[in-house]
Design a protein around this ligand. Structure first.
Ligand SMILES: [Ca+2]
Ligand SMILES: [Ca+2]
Length: 400
C-alpha cells in the first residue's frame, strides 16, 4: 500500500481513537489496495489493479474536531464552509478565522441508526439568493420515518446565522427502520435539475418497484417537483420523480465536467459499486449484485445480458463508500476529472480514474478512520470529514 509518511503517522496517532458505532459495516482491518483481495490474476473490467505509479501525495492537516459530522459544502463566493452534524446541528465555519457559528432555525431531525441530519448543498444561484438545500430524516406515523429535502435561505451577520423560510420540498416514501436513507443531492451543472439519491431503506424489493421512490435516483426541479421528461412520468405520482432504479444505498452522487452523473453505492456483503447513472436504467438491486447477502445468501453477480446496468467499478470485500466527489481543481492536476470516494469500513480515501464513461480503480489511501464525506475546496484543495463523535475536518494539502 502506498501512503505518505504523514498519512502513516496519522494512522498511528489515531489508532486509539474510538470508531463510530452505526449499523453500517464495522470498520475492517487495514486493507491493501493492490491487488484487490479476492481478485483473480485475470483482471476483469472494473477490477483493474491499482496502477503502479506513485502519485504525488497529500498531507492531512487537522482543521477542526466535530461531533458526528455527515456532510459539508463550500459556499460559492465566500470563505465559508457549511457542515451538518447527524444529531441536527448545522455549522457555518469561517475558513479564514476558524470561527464557527451554529446556525439557528434548523429542522427537527430523527437521529437514529443511519438517519439524522444529512446532506447540504448550495443552490445553483447561491451567490444571488443564499438558497441552500438540506436533507434529513423526519418522523412519520406509526414509528415510520423517511428522508426529506428542505430549501431555505441562509442569513448570516457577525456571530449569528439562521435559516429563513425553510420549507420541505420533497419527501421519501416512509417506512420502518433506520437504514439506507441515502439522501445525497447534486445539481446539474446548469442548475436546472436537482438529483437525489433515495436508498432502499433496507427493504430491498422496493428498489425494483416503480410505484415507490425508494431505491431510486431521482431527477427533480429546483422546487422539488418531478422534472419534465423523466422516463416513468406517465405513471404519475412519485414514479414521475424516478431517473434510475435498482439502487441499494447510493451515498454519493456527483457530476463530472462532461455532464455524466456518477454514483457510489454501498453494496451488501461485498459488491460496493461506482455506477454511471443513465436515464431509465435498472441497476439491479436486489436481483443482481457482485456481493452477497450478509450471512452468505447468494445474489447473482452482474452479468452480460441480465438486463441490469453493471457497475463500472466494484469492491469485494466491502469498503463502504459513503461519499463521492469529482475533482476539477488545479492543486492536484494529475487528478483532474477523477472521482474521490470516502470509505467508511475501508477507512480510506479512494481515487477512481474516470475516462469518459469508463472508470478504473486508482489509489487507495489508508486514513486510519472511517471517512464520511469528501469535498473540493474553492482553491482546489481536497477536504474530508471523518465519521464519529470526534470526526475531524481535514484539509489535504499536496506534499511538495
Ligand atoms: Ca448494481
Ligand atoms: Ca453476487
Amino acid at each position: 500500500m502506498r501512503r505518505t509518511a504523514l498519512a502513516t503517522a496519522l494512522v498511528s496517532s489515531l489508532a486509539l481513537m474510538a470508531c463510530s458505532p452505526t449499523t453500517e459495516p464495522a470498520p475492517a482491518p487495514a486493507q491493501t489496495a493492490s491487488p484487490t483481495p479476492g481478485a483473480t490474476a485475470t483482471a476483469t473490467p472494473g477490477e483493474t489493479p491499482t496502477a503502479d505509479v506513485t502519485p504525488s501525495g497529500f498531507e492531512p492537516r487537522e482543521v477542526a474536531v466535530l461531533s458526528n459530522p455527515w456532510a459539508m459544502a463550500f459556499l460559492p463566493g465566500t470563505n465559508q464552509l457549511l457542515i451538518t452534524q447527524k444529531s441536527g446541528e448545522l455549522l457555518l465555519r469561517d475558513q479564514e478565522s476558524g470561527a464557527t457559528i451554529t446556525v439557528e432555525g434548523t429542522p427537527q431531525v430523527v437521529d437514529a441508526g443511519q438517519g439524522g441530519f444529512g446532506d447540504v448543498v448550495p443552490g445553483p444561484t447561491y451567490e444571488q439568493d443564499h438558497t441552500i438545500y438540506l436533507s434529513w430524516v423526519e418522523q412519520g406515523d406509526g414509528g415510520e420515518s423517511g428522508a426529506v429535502i428542505g430549501r431555505a435561505r441562509l442569513e448570516s451577520a457577525g456571530t449569528t446565522a439562521q435559516l429563513v423560510d425553510l420549507s420541505v420540498i420533497w419527501r421519501q416514501d416512509k417506512t420502518t427502520g433506520n437504514g439506507h436513507f441515502s439522501h445525497r443531492m447534486a445539481f446539474s451543472s446548469d442548475g436546472t435539475h436537482l438529483f437525489v439519491s433515495s436508498g432502499d431503506r433496507q427493504k430491498m424489493e422496493p428498489a425494483q418497484d416503480l410505484s415507490t421512490n425508494l431505491g431510486k435516483i431521482l431527477r427533480l426541479n429546483p422546487d422539488g417537483s418531478p422534472a419534465d421528461g423523466n422516463p416513468f412520468a406517465d405513471r404519475g405520482g412519485v414514479s414521475a420523480e424516478i431517473w434510475s432504479y435498482g439502487h441499494r444505498n447510493p451515498l454519493g452522487i456527483a457530476f463530472d465536467a462532461d455532464g455524466n452523473l456518477w454514483s457510489s453505492e454501498m453494496g451488501p456483503q461485498g459488491g460496493d459499486e461506482i455506477n454511471l447513472i443513465v436515464e431509465g436504467r435498472n441497476y439491479g438491486w436486489p436481483r443482481a449484485s457482485n456481493g452477497s447477502h450478509y450471512g452468505g445468501g447468494e445474489i447473482p453477480d452482474h452479468a452480460p445480458g441480465d438486463g441490469f446496468e453493471p457497475p463500472k467499478v466494484w469492491w469485494t470485500p466491502s469498503v463502504s463508500p459513503g461519499s463521492l466527489m469529482i475533482y476539477s481543481g488545479d492543486t492536484f492536476p494529475q487528478w483532474q476529472g477523477d472521482a474521490f470516494v470516502g470509505a467508511l469500513s475501508g477507512q480510506a480515501l479512494i481515487r477512481v480514474d474516470l475516462d469518459g464513461t469508463e472508470a478504473t480503480k486508482g489509489d487507495q489511501w489508508d486514513m486510519g478512520q472511517r471517512i464520511r464525506d469528501v469535498a473540493q475546496g474553492p482553491d482546489g484543495s481536497i477536504w474530508v470529514i471523518e465519521d464519529g463523535g470526534n470526526g475531524r475536518l481535514l484539509e489535504l494539502a499536496p506534499t511538495v
